[in-house]
Design a protein around this ligand. Sequence first.
Ligand SMILES: *[C@@H]1O[C@H](CO)[C@@H](O)[C@H](O)[C@H]1NC(C)=O
Ligand SMILES: *[C@@H]1O[C@H](CO)[C@@H](O)[C@H](O)[C@H]1NC(C)=O
Ligand SMILES: *[C@@H]1O[C@H](CO)[C@@H](O)[C@H](O)[C@H]1NC(C)=O
Ligand SMILES: *[C@@H]1O[C@H](CO)[C@@H](O)[C@H](O)[C@H]1NC(C)=O
Ligand SMILES: *[C@@H]1O[C@H](CO)[C@@H](O)[C@H](O)[C@H]1NC(C)=O
Length: 416
Amino acid sequence: MKNSFLAIFLVFLFVGWFVILCGGQEDQDVAPMETKEKERLYLAIQGFIGKQWNGSDLYPDPCGWTPIQGVSCDLFDGFWYVTGLNIGPIYDNSLQCTNAKFSHQFFELTHLRSLTFFNCFSSPSQNPTEIPPSNWEKFSASLESLEFRSNSALIGTIPTSFGGLKRLQSLVLLENGLTGKIPMELGNLVSLRRLVLSGNRFNGEIPVSFGGLTEVLIIDLSRNNLSGSMPLTLGGLAALLKLDLSNNKLEGKLPKEIGNLKNVTLFDLRSNKFLGGLVQSLEEMISLKEMAMSSNPIGGELSEIQWENLRNLEILDLSNTNLTGEIPESMAKLKRLRFLGLNDNKLSGNIPPKTVTMPSLNALYLNGNNFTGKLEVSVWFYKKMGRRFGAWNNPNLCYKAEFTSTVHVPYGVKPC
Ligand SMILES: *[C@@H]1O[C@H](CO)[C@@H](O)[C@H](O)[C@H]1NC(C)=O
Ligand SMILES: *[C@@H]1O[C@H](CO)[C@@H](O)[C@H](O)[C@H]1NC(C)=O
Ligand SMILES: *[C@@H]1O[C@H](CO)[C@@H](O)[C@H](O)[C@H]1NC(C)=O
Ligand SMILES: *[C@@H]1O[C@H](CO)[C@@H](O)[C@H](O)[C@H]1NC(C)=O
Ligand SMILES: *[C@@H]1O[C@H](CO)[C@@H](O)[C@H](O)[C@H]1NC(C)=O
């Protein structure tokens, strides 16, 4: 009697257990996501890609079994939230924009860590769009990466409220139609590691407040319309690896503080209006691999710098910089130098034979100067360099006549 009761009890227990187990599994298959968060996501995406996109129809479980290309999610306290949003034609099935607009629901996705718009705002004539000035503070506790790339119809200024994104590690506003001054508030982004504002139409000065970006590794402000001088506060960014200010209208003397940039490997100031000579503290930027200063009216003497201190240098472009004086012997000690551009300056004197036998050199441009005397170079060298050796437009330069028999003679230089 007792035993059969026990047996029946055990069967019930077992069956009950089974039901609970299976039911539980069914629950777990459907990812728990609050209806509110789901609605926000649908309406945010609809804003960017158009009313015809019906999220609840196509993607009933966007963080679970019907994932959306470009949307990523994470669990917080057992519920799914949207943490990544990638809008633009990256893959065939990506979310493609038409008449993209920022809906107010978009700013309620407050768990977003990464946000990218690529080729999204792209018809300047039909639908020029500004970045909304407010509401960005809603992302301040979460957003780590914010990118707008190749959005030619994205116009207007950078919202000052971007300065409140204290978690931001990467801000990339590359090749859009943005204008106006760079807000000084960006200097408050204390976690920033990468700042790319290249290829817009920003004007005004580089904010002095950038000295506050103590974690920053990469600053790229190239291809804008920036003016004024380089703020000396940039010299305080000790962690910096790359500084690209090329193709702007920056002017004045280089601040001597740049000598503190001991970790910088790329220093690109091409096509600006810098002047005042090569400041001596350049020789303290000991990690430099690439220094490009071409097309600036810098002036001064090439020998102002102890070039041998920059022993990691691989690319040195000083063409069209109004430099005077002779090539110093110390340059020949740059054992890793591959590219040396000294063309279109006012350099003079003899070309030191050691300069043209630097072990790694495979491009050397000396054309458009006033070098004199005899080029002491071997046929082997001309063969090796080919078109990557330029010495023309030096009216008082000649090459050793012994080599006239071969085709490997320096182009545009007469025999002695
Ligand atoms: C999406 O489709 C559902 C079901 O077909 C419909 O009820 C809903 O109104 C549609 N939503 C939009 C925004 O079109
Ligand atoms: C660049 O700025 C100058 C003023 O500094 C202005 O005259 C010029 O139109 C601007 N150029 C572009 C392309 O915006
Ligand atoms: C500079 O680079 C070195 C070597 O990578 C690193 O140890 C050091 O912390 C860097 N300096 C700064 C200020 O980040
Ligand atoms: C080049 O430097 C000289 C002084 O050595 C100066 O007179 C001249 O204006 C400069 N040229 C340019 C284009 O800046
Ligand atoms: C080039 O150098 C020669 C010889 O040193 C000198 O006479 C001449 O004036 C210089 N030409 C220019 C344009 O500087």
